[in-house]
Design a protein around this ligand. Structure first.
Ligand SMILES: Nc1ncnc2c1ncn2[C@@H]1O[C@H](COP(=O)(O)OP(=O)(O)OP(=O)(O)O)[C@@H](O)[C@H]1O
Ligand SMILES: O=P(O)(O)OC[C@H]1O[C@H](OP(=O)(O)OP(=O)(O)O)[C@H](O)[C@@H]1O
Length: 215
């Protein structure tokens, strides 16, 4: 039986829809009555694990899940040893540098050397500022990162932007875009090589579903 790690939160509905397109029905996770974190799919041929988005690659790397769905942002940040299989095209966002609109900073290189940057994406932020040769102190936060420049804990933030509404409503502006992210289908590398549970067929169906969806 194949096991799939599904991300709780914003990616869950689209993930369930994609899995339905390839013949795996995990819609029971959407039942408001359930608190179950592990469910068989409706046909009984697969098992789903409902985990925090950031933990999806952990289950897949360790082989407890053969397949998983996770944002490219999480893969860039954590660099897990997993096979990247299909860009699923949903869950679009970008990782950006933002500052207070009222500040004088309009590009990353305007930021002061040894300034502070708050982020949930500490590795991506560190790599980015290293690539610019600009020494900054990265302040790790785990949410509501936009409060960094508002409270003065940092001059800038590196955070996910999707619609831009959170930045706008908090008086911040985006000054750099590091990369764009969408949801990805990932696999445990050895299980992928061994084609556990005939996952090749599921992956082909996923590629097909994306192409049809795009057309
Ligand atoms: N506006 C957005 N905010 C956050 N994530 C987004 C947004 N748009 C798309 N995404 C994608 O959805 C993924 C999961 O986001 P979600 O907010 O559900 O989880 P999370 O931020 O890791 O939350 P938690 O810390 O509660 O587990 C992100 O990793 C990203 O790829
Ligand atoms: O551009 P927008 O469409 O407004 O989306 C961006 C916001 O969404 C994310 O926060 P999330 O809701 O995951 O909460 P968090 O602050 O706990 O990370 C992200 O960190 C931004 O705050």
């Amino acid at each position: 039986m194949i096991t799939v790690a599904l991300p709780k939160g914003g990616l869950l509905k689209d993930s369930i829809r994609l899995l339905q397109d390839i013949g795996l029905d995990f819609s029971a996770f959407l039942d408001s009555g359930t608190r179950q974190l592990q469910l068989p799919d409706a046909s009984g041929k697969a098992k789903g694990l409902l985990v925090r988005a950031q933990d999806v690659p952990v289950y897949v790397e360790y082989g407890q899940a053969h397949l998983g769905i996770v944002g490219y942002d999480v893969l860039r940040e954590k660099k897990p040893s997993v096979a990247h299989l299909v860009d699923l095209k949903f869950g679009y966002c970008r990782l950006s540098v933002a500052v207070k609109e009222s500040s004088s900073y309009r590009s990353a290189l305007d930021l002061p050397a040894n300034g502070r940057v708050a982020s949930k994406y500490v590795n991506c932020a560190r790599e980015y500022f290293q690539s610019l040769d600009l020494p900054v102190e990265i302040i790790p936060l785990s949410g509501s990162v936009e409060l960094g420049p508002i409270t003065g804990i940092s001059e800038a933030i590196v955070d996910i932007v999707s619609t831009g509404r959170t930045l706008h409503e908090n008086g911040l502006i985006e000054i750099e875009r590091l990369y764009e992210s969408t949801a990805r289908l990932i696999a445990h590398p050895l299980s992928y090589r061994l084609n556990v549970g005939n996952m090749d067929e599921l992956i082909s169906k996923a590629r097909h579903a994306i192409t049809v969806g795009a057309g």
